[in-house]
Write a protein that binds this ligand. Structure first.
Ligand code: PLP
Length: 405
């Protein structure tokens, strides 16, 4: 036990990425975490079952065993432990996707006729969930501008407001919320705080350590890291995660054991991948900022970004996503993207392959150009999610594509 503690609590992020959550005394001595592909778990006899039920119900202790697939799985528990350790939390819960993490936390924690406050420039499906599904339950949402803490306090209805929700960094402008300030407002008004830390990763930031109650990630992105799984996770206190685990047993938004295995395997290289993605994205953002065909670059590692000083304060690296505007119209921006040869045109981010997209087409195509502009999505905006390819190859590729427009 002491050896496990040493490997996880007192070590750096790469050692934790590899070793946290891994049982070093597995049956058969496998070095990898086995995939326990089982929907149910057996009991020796009625006495065995009675002992288990007694311990679970009266002591809250499952004696390290499983009962039924919807209530837990050993492969899933192993990756949950790794995720909790990486984010500095007490416990973690895995879900089928990032969206199922967000929707299940809110659905299982919010009574009807309450209120949530959310910052703008957030993932459009989260906004859609709040404005439609929660609305039907009588739960209202107020959207406040990113970085305006007075607006957050003004929007609080002490009788009804239950959640403060933000992403950091946001999509696509990579805006940041001050974790310490948000946690302070949450504790002053006794309102729970939730940060979607997908773009940040547990390597670059740890909002839980600033007092944020729920830290959520789409595990589909950096955590999995290979564009081959969908998963979501929430990290928090033992008490809050236990309540969510009970709710998951009813709502059933589970990640499969094979997904948990792939996620745990991806996490072993998390620190290495993030280190490369941080370094590459910073170099690429400097290259883009100096290029005459680029109008503006949004990357928290640049001094020109509105939240750069906050980024330096609460992040140890600035992530792998860069958004930039070209000195070009809608069609020319598409031609630039078509001229790039290494990144794929695809939604998502955080994997080993670089991905590139024109948000006006990929995510907001159904909107009229004026409506897109009203929410800040310009026709010439490009989002680049940097992978782990060689930095210079990516820069040369962007350079030749810029020369073609
Ligand atoms: C910031 C953010 N949160 C949540 C999600 C949803 O995650 P998933 O696709 O795993 O459901 C996404 C997906 O793009 C995202 O970018």
């Amino acid at each position: 036990m002491q050896k496990e503690e040493n490997l996880t609590r007192h070590t750096g992020p790469s050692t934790r990425s590899v070793h946290a959550g891994v049982d070093r005394h597995k049956p058969g001595h496998s070095i990898t975490t086995p995939i326990v592909q089982s929907a149910t778990y057996t009991f020796q006899n009625t006495g065995d079952l009675t002992d288990y039920m007694h311990s679970k119900i009266w002591n809250g202790d499952t004696n390290g065993r499983e009962e039924y697939g919807r209530y837990g799985n050993p492969t899933v528990h192993a990756v949950e432990q790794k995720l909790a350790t990486l984010d500095g939390g007490e416990d973690a819960l895995l879900y089928a996707s990032g969206m199922s993490a967000i929707t299940n936390i809110l659905l299982s924690s919010l009574p009807t006729n309450t209120h949530v406050i959310m910052t703008d420039d957030c993932y459009r499906r989260t906004r859609q969930f709040c404005n439609t599904f929660l609305k039907r339950l009588g739960i209202d949402t107020t959207v406040v501008p990113m970085g305006n803490y007075e607006a957050i306090e003004q929007a609080i209805d002490p009788k009804r407001t239950r959640f403060l929700i933000s992403e950091s960094p946001t999509n696509p402008y990579l805006r940041l919320v001050d974790f310490a300030r948000l946690a302070e407002i949450g504790s002053k008004y006794r309102i729970r705080t939730l940060i979607d830390s997908t773009f940040g990763t547990p390597i670059n930031q740890q909002p839980y350590l600033y007092g944020i109650d729920y830290v959520v990630h789409s595990g589909t992105k950096y955590l999995g890291g290979h564009h081959d799984i969908l998963a979501g996770v929430v990290v928090g206190s033992k008490e809050r995660i236990s309540a969510l685990r009970d709710a998951q047993g009813v709502l059933g938004a589970l990640a499969a054991p094979h997904t948990a295995f792939l996620l745990e395997r991806g996490l072993r290289t998390l620190a290495l991948r993030i280190e490369r993605q941080n370094t590459s994205a910073l170099a690429i953002s400097h290259f883009l900022e100096a290029h005459p065909k680029v109008k503006r670059v949004w990357y928290p590692g640049l001094a020109s970004h509105p939240d750069h000083s906050l980024a330096v304060k609460q992040m140890s690296g600035f992530g792998g996503v860069i958004s930039f505007e070209l000195n070009a119209d809608f069609e020319t921006t598409g031609r630039f993207i078509d001229a790039v040869t290494i990144p794929y045109i695809a939604p998502s981010l955080g994997g080993v392959e670089s991905l590139i997209e024109q948000p006006a087409i990929m995510s907001y195509y159904e909107m009229e150009p004026e409506d897109r502009a009203a929410i800040g999505i310009k026709d010439s905006l490009v989002r680049l999610a940097v992978g782990i390819e060689d930095t210079n190859d990516l820069i040369q590729d962007l350079k030749q594509a810029l020369e073609k427009i």
